[in-house]
Design a protein around this ligand. Structure first.
Ligand code: PRP
Length: 209
C-alpha cells in the first residue's frame, strides 16, 4: 500500500499534535524531545514538520496527503482542501483587539494583522472600509507603537493583551487545530487516509473519557 505523507505544524501546536498521534498509536516518537528533525519516516507514513502557514500549501499541492494546523491558518489560506476533523486542542479565538474603548468599526480604521486576507474578507463582508497593515509577529505592538488603531489576531490566554494594556474589542471566530486532507488523496489513498482518521478519532474519544 502506498505510504501517505502528513504535514504537521511546528510551533505552538506541535506538542499536542505529537501527543495525539502517540495516543492514536501513530508512531511519531522521533519528533519528540526537542528534536530538530524535519522529516520522519516509518512503514506507514512520512511526516514533514513545516511552518504552520505552509501546512495548507503542502496539502493543497498534494505533497502532503494530510495536514494538521489551526483553523486560523485555514481561514487565512483559503486553500482548496477538505477540512475533515476538529482536533479540539489549540483552542483560541480570532479577535479584534486594541485600547479599551476603541470602536473597531470606525471607518478608515487601521488594522495590523498576520491574517491579511481573512481581515480583508471580514471587513468587506460588513461593508466597512479599512486599512490593513501586514505584520509577521508581535502584532500587539501595532496600537502600542502607533502603527495601527487595532489588531486582528488570535487570543489564547489573553495574557499578551493584558500585559500590554490592550483588550478584546470583538470576538470573531473560535479556532482550534484541524485535520485537513488533499482532495485527490481522499479518493486515491482512501484506505490509508480513513485508517489514520479512525485512529485519531478513537484516540480523541479515549482522551475524553
Ligand atoms: C500569538 C498571538 C498573540 C499571542 C496570544 O503570538 O499572535 O500575540 O500568541 O496568546 P495569549 O492570548 O495566550 O497571550 P505567538 O506567540 O504565536 O507569536 P508571534 O507574536 O510571533 O506571532
Amino acid at each position: 500500500m502506498e505510504k501517505v505523507t502528513i504535514a504537521l505544524a511546528k510551533g505552538r501546536l506541535a506538542e499536542k499534535t505529537i501527543a495525539l498521534f502517540e495516543q492514536a498509536r501513530l508512531d511519531v516518537a522521533g519528533l519528540r524531545d526537542e528534536s530538530r528533525k524535519l522529516v520522519l519516516e516509518n512503514d506507514m507514513f512520512s511526516v514533514l514538520m513545516v511552518k504552520p502557514t505552509d501546512v495548507p500549501v503542502y496539502v493543497e499541492h498534494g505533497v502532503a496527503d494530510l495536514g494538521v494546523c489551526g483553523k486560523d491558518t485555514l481561514l487565512e489560506s483559503n486553500a482548496n482542501l477538505y477540512e475533515m476533523m476538529d482536533l479540539k486542542f489549540g483552542a483560541c479565538k480570532l479577535c479584534l483587539a486594541g485600547w479599551p474603548g476603541t470602536d473597531p468599526h470606525r471607518s478608515g480604521i487601521k488594522v495590523a494583522t498576520k491574517y491579511e486576507h481573512f481581515a480583508r474578507q471580514y471587513f468587506r463582508g460588513r461593508g466597512e472600509s479599512i486599512e490593513i497593515i501586514h505584520l509577521s509577529g508581535s502584532v500587539e505592538l501595532g496600537p502600542i507603537a502607533g502603527l495601527s488603531d487595532i489588531i486582528l489576531d488570535i487570543v489564547e490566554s489573553g495574557r499578551t493583551l493584558r500585559e500590554n494594556g490592550l483588550t478584546v474589542l470583538e470576538e470573531i471566530v473560535p479556532v482550534s487545530a484541524r485535520l485537513c486532507v488533499n482532495r485527490v488523496s481522499l479518493k486515491v489513498k482512501a484506505v490509508q487516509v480513513q485508517m489514520i482518521l479512525e485512529k485519531l478519532r478513537r484516540a480523541m474519544e479515549e482522551t475524553e473519557i
